[in-house]
Design a protein around this ligand. Structure first.
Ligand code: ATP
Ligand code: MG
Length: 336
């Protein structure tokens, strides 16, 4: 079983406008989709679609409209009752495809609700193979909330604790890398650059980018983080672990929407792991799942039947030397 935590769920509501947005005017709109959004929910849906058991943990008020939309997806969930409602992310699209996004703030978690979330995740991990902590943190919790969750899970289950993957950004990711010792993190290139406090140059040669990514990730893998799956959008992904580094590019697809592609990559990696694949196999599965998500509308979770048929070559990256004591500019955040 795979448990996911979505600490900051969002109701994604889209509205199609009949004409371009006119601020200050009253305009007709056609209701589009309403999705129970959140990275942990997306991961749980992809895991379930592949025939594995998934359990999503999230904070939710019983009368929140989000609850009915989530229930309709058939996702198994442990709900921590809270006072406030899930935030609403509104997307307005006009006939030319121009989109305007309005993101509302989420419910503020009280200290008691946050503590209840930590305990609920720990309880949910009974027999779990992986725990996936995904997405931003809600207002009201400290930046090291995920570290508290990790500590509680490991304290409760000891040697039987699940492996822990974290997909977040900014101070929440920095805290996990500093003190959480996760088994896996899944930054995209911007999140990795922010973590390492560097700028990753866009170069015409993607092998330069891959080598730079490996070099940056080596400053915390495997000392502080078991492995890093760094996704690079259309350029594919890189996996760095204690045994080496590998990179691959997506197969040809018809691009529809990259929203949630990273969540699907993480689901693919975890599915590859529970299916017993080796590191290159897990990376291949991650890239296939990301590419499948990019070829589906919205944040729709891919099923195994959605995986693109093209071959995904995985190359071992040998060029970057192991660097136990990286120069200052490579590891500003996590230098011991
Ligand atoms: N344009 C694309 N063409 C093919 N595959 C893509 C494209 N964009 C993304 N992917 C696939 O999806 C994976 C994840 O993409 P990306 O790096 O954009 O994730 P992300 O930024 O974490 O996304 P999000 O957080 O919105 O889910 C990539 O490794 C790749 O396999
Ligand atoms: Mg992402």
């Amino acid at each position: 079983m795979i448990v996911t935590l979505t600490a900051h769920p969002a109701l994604d509501r889209s509205i199609a406008l009949e004409a371009a947005l006119r601020p200050g005017d009253v305009q007709p709109g056609t209701p589009g989709r309403e999705d129970a959004g959140g990275k942990g929910i997306n991961v749980a849906r992809a895991i379930k679609a592949a025939g594995h058991e998934a359990l999503a943990v999230l904070p939710l008020a019983s009368e929140d409209p989000y609850a009915a939309i989530l229930a309709a997806t058939g996702t198994c969930a442990y709900v921590v009752p809270i006072e406030g409602h899930a935030r609403v992310n509104l997307t307005l699209t006009d006939p030319t495809g121009e989109t305007t996004k309005i993101n509302m703030p989420g419910a503020v978690l009280s200290p008691a609700e946050a503590a209840q979330m930590v305990q609920t995740v720990a309880a949910a991990c009974d027999g779990a193979e992986w725990l996936v902590l995904a997405g931003s943190l809600p207002p009201g919790v400290e930046d090291d909330f995920y570290v508290d969750v990790i500590d509680a899970v490991r304290e409760r289950w000891g040697a039987h604790a699940p492996r822990i993957a974290v997909d977040t950004s900014g101070p929440a990711l920095a805290a996990v890398v500093e003190r959480g010792h996760p088994d896996l993190i899944k930054p995209n290139e911007d999140e990795l650059a922010e973590l390492a406090a560097v700028t990753l140059e866009t170069t015409a040669d993607s092998s330069d980018l891959i080598h730079r990514v490996v070099e940056l990730a080596r400053s915390f893998v495997p000392d502080r983080v078991g492995s890093a799956l760094v996704t690079l959008g259309g350029d594919g992904a890189v996996l760095i672990d204690a045994d080496g580094a590998w990179a691959g590019t997506p197969p040809p697809i018809t691009l529809v929407s990259t929203v949630g592609a990273g969540d699907s990559s993480l689901a693919g990696f975890v599915l590859g792991d529970v299916d017993g694949l080796d590191a290159p196999g897990r990376l291949r599965r991650a890239i296939q799942y990301g590419a499948a998500a990019a070829s589906l509308p919205g944040s729709q979770a891919p099923t195994p039947a959605d995986l693109p048929p093209g071959h995904v070559d995985i190359a071992r990256i040998n060029v970057v030397a192991w660097c136990p004591d990286p120069p200052e500019q490579h590891s500003s955040y996590y230098r011991p």
